[in-house]
Design a protein around this ligand. Structure first.
Ligand SMILES: *Cc1c(COP(=O)(O)O)cnc(C)c1O
Length: 389
């Protein structure tokens, strides 16, 4: 059999990620590959670091893109900050909190779990109680933006509580970075990881991370070696932080980093706060249209993520049929529910480049076209929001 070149269909990606990639980023990716120790490449790496510091709103020296997806950013934080026997408080209110527990246990740590219902934020009082009951805890970990449920937790308050009890903090910002307010230095976050394919609208496969000075001290003073050679920041620092003495650690994904660089230039040109406001505006327009179809949000208004709209599937509507018709007839992908939410909700993403009026209006009219009925017109309701903004 002789295989042919692969040409993917052109889709509109409105699920939980990946999101639509800006064509400028795809074009950047196709530029010539050069050596990863080439001075021209090293100059670009320095820019990526500075642009990531801007995106994270931090001056942290140890800010870099891990050469692997968001899950590897998660693992980087845990393997470097957790040693055998360490107690780690993990706040769990969705899928990604569950994975954090798995990470703690594989590092030989003991996970103390603070549970909140799916669809609700992490309760700061429960965290405080867990810290009082476990004065020997060393780290607190939580998800800022739970993509499985569409919930935003109050990162600033949770970090404050953790620090009051002398714990370092690990924060999952895979879905929040670039999409909603996130301030690493103002909120005193110690270790944070994100991903490229959500609100940065870049291709998947890279994970930006950042570590505070306190986290760096902990990593440098570990009793035991980091059990992962690839993710050991003591070694990675020699490549990303080495300045002129940059030493070979692994071959960076050169072209993927061109893409990340371009996505961060786009973010900087737009301005972080303008990007947050754009996500909010498109969320409000989508919400107006969905509500005219009688579709309700799962999450209370104060905790909703503008970039991930978790909505109840109306009674009598066939989940799988609607999603497959959207895909086949409109090239439109929306997300299914996970876990307890499977079959009950849709997760409609408005992330990064995909957060725009065209996608909002396309999604609403496509939902009406496959049979969801609106009172009046959902598109007109959404346009009213844009006209008022
Ligand atoms: C997508 C996501 C991840 C995992 O990122 P991958 O790039 O898929 O490995 C982790 N946490 C959250 C909150 C996410 O949304």
């Amino acid at each position: 059999m002789s295989a042919q070149s692969f040409h993917p269909p052109v889709r509109t990606l409105m699920g939980p990620g990946p999101s639509d990639v800006n064509p400028r980023i795809l074009e950047a990716m196709s530029r010539p590959t050069i050596g990863h120790l080439d001075p021209a490449f090293v100059g670009m790496m320095e820019e990526v670091k500075g642009l990531l510091q801007y995106a994270f709103q931090t001056k942290n020296e140890l800010t870099l893109p891990v050469s692997a997806p968001g899950s590897a950013g998660m693992e980087t934080c845990f393997v470097n900050l957790v040693e055998r026997g360490d107690k780690v408080i993990v706040c769990r209110n969705g899928v990604f909190g569950m994975r954090m527990i798995e990470n703690v246990e594989r590092c030989g740590g003991e996970a103390i779990v603070v549970d909140d219902d799916w669809g609700t934020p992490v309760d700061p009082n429960k965290l405080e109680d867990a810290l009082k009951a476990n004065p020997d805890a060393k780290v607190v970990a939580f998800v800022h933006a739970e993509t499985s449920t569409g919930v935003q937790s109050d990162a600033k308050t949770l970090v404050e509580i953790a620090h009051k009890h002398d714990c370092l903090t690990i924060v999952d910002a895979v879905t929040s970075l670039g999409g909603s307010e996130l301030r690493v230095d103002d909120w005193n976050i110690d270790a944070i990881y994100s991903g490229t394919q959500k609100c940065l609208s870049c291709t998947p496969g890279i994970s930006p991370v950042s570590f505070s000075q306190m986290a760096v001290e902990k990593i440098k003073n570990r009793q035991q070696k980091v059990q992962s050679w690839f993710l050991d920041l003591n070694l990675v620092m020699g490549y990303w932080g080495g300045g002129a003495k940059r030493a070979y650690h692994h071959t960076a994904p050169i072209n993927a980093l061109y893409a990340l660089h371009e996505s961060l230039v786009i973010l900087q040109n737009e301005g972080l706060e303008n990007a947050w406001a754009r996500h909010q505006r498109n969320h409000l327009a989508l919400k107006a249209g969905l509500e005219s179809m009688g579709i309700e949000f799962v999450v209370e208004e104060a905790y909703r993520l503008p970039q991930l709209n978790n909505v109840r599937i109306p009674g009598g509507v066939d989940d799988a049929e609607v999603r497959s018709r959207l895909l086949n007839e409109f090239n439109l992908e929306i997300g299914a529910g996970l876990g307890d939410f499977a079959g009950k909700v849709w997760r409609i993403g408005l992330m990064g480049y995909a957060s725009n009026p065209k996608n909002v209006l396309t999604c609403l009219s496509a939902l009406e076209a496959v049979g969801l009925e609106a009172k009046g017109s959902s598109v007109v309701e959404a346009q009213r929001i844009y006209a008022a903004a």
